[in-house]
Structure formats: C-alpha cells, structure tokens
Design a protein around this ligand. Structure first.
Ligand code: GLY
Ligand code: MN
Ligand code: MN
Length: 355
C-alpha cells in the first residue's frame, strides 16, 4: 500500500500537485488499507494521514500500520481537520475526487485556502494495473464463484423460481468463502434472459429455457464476475447454434487479448463473431470492463477505449445475445492481461450445460 501511495505521488508530481484528498471508500481502502465507513486519506510527499473517528481508531491503526498515520477527529470530519493537515505538509495545489463528493462536501472543501483540482481519474487510474497481491485476491474471489456455480447446477430444475435460484447462489457464495456478493445476483430465465441485468422474479424455470446467471463473490475487498447460461430441456438446432456463436465470440477474444491490443479492437472482434453467426447488433453493451475493488472499473473493452491494454489489467470478456420476447444468453469470464496473453481466472466450462 505504501507503493500505491508512491505511485500516486509520482503522478501528482508530474502535474505539479502537492497532495490528494481521498474520500471514496474504494480509493481510501486502496491507498491506506482502511475499510471503515468514515475517513479521509491525505497523501502528500511530506506525509500521509488518515483522519477518522473514535469508532475506527483501533481498526485504522491496525489496517494502516506502516502506510499512514491515523489521527482521530470528530465523527463529522470537517474541512478544518483536512486544512490543518494540508497546511502542516505545506500543500498548495490539492487534488480531490470530483466523481466521489457530494455538492455539500465539495462546498465544504472549497472553503479551504488551497487550489483544488478535480483529479478523480488520475487517482482511480492508479488501480488500473493490478499488483501480484491483488491478482491473488481476484483469483480467490473467482474460485468462490466457480465453486458456487458447480454446486448450484445440482439444484437447478423445472419449476424452480428465479428468486429461489438467486437465493441458492447467495447462500453458496458465503458458504464457499465469499465475504459478500460482489453485486446483486442476476438470474433471467426464458425471455427474461433478454434483460441483460434481469432482476430475479417469481417466474418458474420451464422446459426449453435458457437461464442466464450472472454472479460474483467479494473476498478481502476484491470482486469476481462471471456469467453462465444453461439450457433446461432439449435444445433445438437454433438454440445450439446461438450458443456456439456466443462461445466463439468469447473464445476468440480471450485468445486474442495481449498487451497492445485495444479495448475497442476486442469489442469489435466479438461483434464480428456474433455477426458471423447471424446475431449482428444483438449484444448492445460493451464487451467487458475492468474488475478490482469495484465491480466495474477501468479499463473497458468497448468502442470508447482506444488505449492499448497492458500487463496487469484485469478485464471481463462477456459477449451476449439478447432477443426480446425470446431468450438471452451471456458467457462471461474474467482474467488478467499477462506479458504474453490473457490468464483467465474463471475455470467453469464453456461447454453448453444442459439440465
Ligand atoms: N455483473 C454485471 C456485469 O457483468 O457487468
Ligand atoms: Mn457479470
Ligand atoms: Mn461483468
């Protein structure tokens, strides 16, 4: 974590910025290790401080040891507390997280006698390349999700509702070692699968349904994200062909990811594979996104990312086909860009699972 602060300071220095005020829970955790609900991390070349209140002082001292000094303030951390630290460290130009402050919080900070610079992107971009410890946590989070999927397959059957299936996942994710879900589990059966982020409802699984299941675990703060689409009953030739097209889109991209390719190129590769199978324009969303402490972070695999991927980027690959009133399907893995390619964390099969 000390190295993470060093990385931030190097980026700040390039822009002649003296300090950063870190207020978002994810970045607070990333730069200091602190997981409590109330705190401000102040990073400068001359010192690093976490301001928090009495409830968290013991915890913060444990979590931030060797990274930053913990100072106890009143529960409502005010601009006066922050100002005192910034003055002590002689900061004048100060970065803040413009994407993570309420207007009221911003107005409070604005009253301080410093030049405030909106630098959310600079601060969050420090997380875009994962270190070895983070990669290990992400793999652990995925292992929990893979285990939950293997177990859930024993329970899926005709007549089960989407809600019941969701409840199984949510129990199993904790049973297999997840601290929590990394996001609300998505289950979409039959035509509901065409709603990319279907909220599980009372619909009962029927013969002839594809069932889309998108879920993940959070372990030590790190998220996993996977989707599998299983078939209940006997798939006809059209269903099989659709699934094979989806699989081709996923696997072509996973084989192609390496340093230097762009998110836009990978997105287009998936679109081309889907179009070749007769599903042009049926994906509708970006092919993938970064995953870390946040379930959705940079870099993305989408037309808007023209930047080359680099080793340490962690991304999902999640092509989908969505046919309103008919069915939907998605096949989502995630993994890390290596020096030579893409190491997929997800171990569950790509074969069509037929129940
Ligand atoms: N779990 C939401 C997504 O795949 O982006
Ligand atoms: Mn997902
Ligand atoms: Mn995803």
């Amino acid at each position: 974590m000390k190295k993470r602060c060093d990385k931030l300071i190097a980026k700040l220095r390039e822009k002649n910025i003296d300090a950063a005020i870190i207020t978002s829970p994810v970045n607070r955790r990333y730069f200091s290790g602190f997981t409590g609900s109330n705190g401000v991390v102040i990073v400068t070349e001359n010192g690093r401080v976490l301001l928090t209140d009495f409830r968290y002082t013991i915890q913060a001292n444990q979590q931030c040891a060797g990274v930053c000094e913990v100072r106890q303030v009143n529960r409502g951390i005010g601009s006066g507390d922050v100002e005192e630290v910034l003055k002590e460290f002689d900061a004048k130009r100060v970065a803040y997280e413009d994407a993570a402050l309420t207007v009221a919080e911003f107005n409070m900070f604005k009253s301080m006698p410093f030049e405030l610079l909106p630098e959310s992107k600079l601060i969050s971009d420090c997380r875009i390349v994962k270190d070895a410890a983070e990669i290990a946590e992400l793999q652990k989070a995925q292992n929990v999700a893979d285990a939950a999927f293997a177990e859930v397959l024993k329970h899926v059957k005709v007549g089960m509702t989407e809600i019941e299936l969701r409840n199984e996942f949510d129990y199993l994710i904790r049973k297999f070692g997840g601290d929590d879900n990394s996001f609300d589990t998505i289950v979409g059966s039959g035509p509901n699968g065409a709603l990319c982020h279907a909220y599980p409802g009372p619909r009962k699984i029927q013969n002839g349904d594809f069932v889309v299941m998108d879920f993940g675990a959070r372990v030590n703060g790190y998220c996993s994200d996977m989707t599998r689409t299983v078939f209940v009953g006997q798939p006809d030739a059209r269903m099989r062909a659709a699934y094979e097209t989806l699989r081709e889109a996923n696997e072509r991209v996973e084989a192609a990811i390496k340093p230097g390719v762009t998110g836009a190129q990978m997105h287009q590769m998936a679109e081309d594979a889907l179009a070749a199978g007769g599903f042009a324009g049926k994906m509708g969303h970006g092919l993938g996104h970064g995953v870390g402490i946040d379930i959705h972070e940079e870099p993305v695999l989408s037309p808007r990312n023209k930047e080359p991927l680099v080793p340490g980027n962690v991304v999902t690959v999640e092509p989908g086909i969505y046919l309103e009133g008919d069915f939907g399907m998605r096949l989502e893995d995630f993994g890390v860009v290596t020096e030579t390619g893409f190491q997929v964390f997800t171990q569950s099969t790509h074969d069509m699972v037929i129940i």
